[in-house]
Design a protein around this ligand. Structure first.
Ligand code: SF4
Length: 295
């Protein structure tokens, strides 16, 4: 604990606070304790050596049954949405966990994750030894019926996170009743939707892009089809072919050794240069204003 406190007062920690993967919570004691816990669990005296990720989104499908206007994950742009290969998802999660020291939580998401029939297998095979929590983010329009899925969710400490949308009013109470009956943890999530804009070239100057990237400070990393991306917007902009992915824009977890993954993840987290995808995004700009949530 002494060591953690000394580290938190250092100049290095002050610099770290500005990065996306490390936050020191000043106000909330409970959260602060949790963060200290994470620092200790990183297995090193300081985060200079350990790699700690706050959140990792694991995309299991690009199929969604809502297709909301303003979807920052660009799901309506997928003309042939598909479930991602379950073995690649599991293998990439294992390679990621091998290469890092701690992930606060995994978010399983899509599209709509309950549409994926392999969700049970993915949760069963998930490496959770270096994480606090696994969350399944749902739009609460589907009520899962498989008893084995509920069983694996209980065993793997999965929380179902329900976002209230106008369209799921009727069905979400039923979903909650089923989850309560099956003793699966759940909670509501009220995300503030902001406008990430159309995925078009916004023609910003290099200087503007740099400023945008500094202000964006995206905390949540994205695991998509075997690669770790800096943010969800990057992964979908590249995957949909709006622009070309460059070397160093993502970590190819499945084709790297653990040492290479570790080195490249650290480089990704410390990155100062904007991505090509930032040109296709409004986060970190003045246009990134609040919009109504979902359908
Ligand atoms: S694409 Fe760039 S600006 Fe947009 S969220 Fe990702 S890092 Fe931030």
């Amino acid at each position: 604990m002494k060591l953690v406190n000394r580290f938190r007062k250092s100049k290095f920690a002050a610099r770290l606070r500005k990065t996306s993967f490390y936050e020191i919570y000043k106000k909330d004691q409970k959260r602060r304790n949790r963060r200290n816990d994470i620092v200790c669990k990183s297995g090193n005296e300081s985060l200079a050596k350990g790699i700690v990720l706050a959140k990792v989104d694991v995309v299991v499908t690009t199929k969604c049954n809502l297709l909301c206007e303003g979807c920052s994950h660009l799901m309506p742009y997928y003309k042939n949405p598909t479930h991602l290969d379950r073995d690649r998802i599991v293998a990439s999660m294992k390679k990621l966990v091998e290469a890092i020291d701690w992930i606060d939580h995994f978010n399983i998401l899509g599209g709509e994750p309950f549409l994926n029939p392999d969700l049970k297998y993915i949760l069963e095979e998930m490496p959770i030894e270096k994480s606090r929590l696994v969350q399944v983010l749902t739009n609460a329009t589907i009520i899962p019926k498989d008893p084995e899925l509920f069983d694996v969710m209980r065993r793997k400490r999965v929380h179902v996170v329900i976002t209230p949308y106008p369209s799921n009013e009727a069905i979400r109470e039923q979903l909650i009743a089923v989850l309560e009956k099956e003793k699966v943890a759940w909670n509501y999530f009220y995300p503030k939707w902001v406008d990430y804009g159309e995925p078009q070239d916004w023609h910003r100057s290099p200087r503007e892009l740099k400023r945008q990237f500094i202000q964006c400070n995206s905390v949540c990393k994205n695991l998509f089809d075997g690669r770790l991306y800096y943010c969800f917007r990057c992964s979908h902009v590249y995957d949909l072919g709006f622009c070309q992915r460059r070397k160093g824009d993502a970590v190819d977890l499945l084709n790297n050794t653990t040492a290479q993954n570790r080195r490249q993840i650290r480089r990704l987290l410390w990155r100062h240069k904007p991505f090509t995808a930032c040109q296709y995004c409004l986060k970190g700009t003045k246009q990134n204003v609040c919009i109504p949530r979902g359908k």
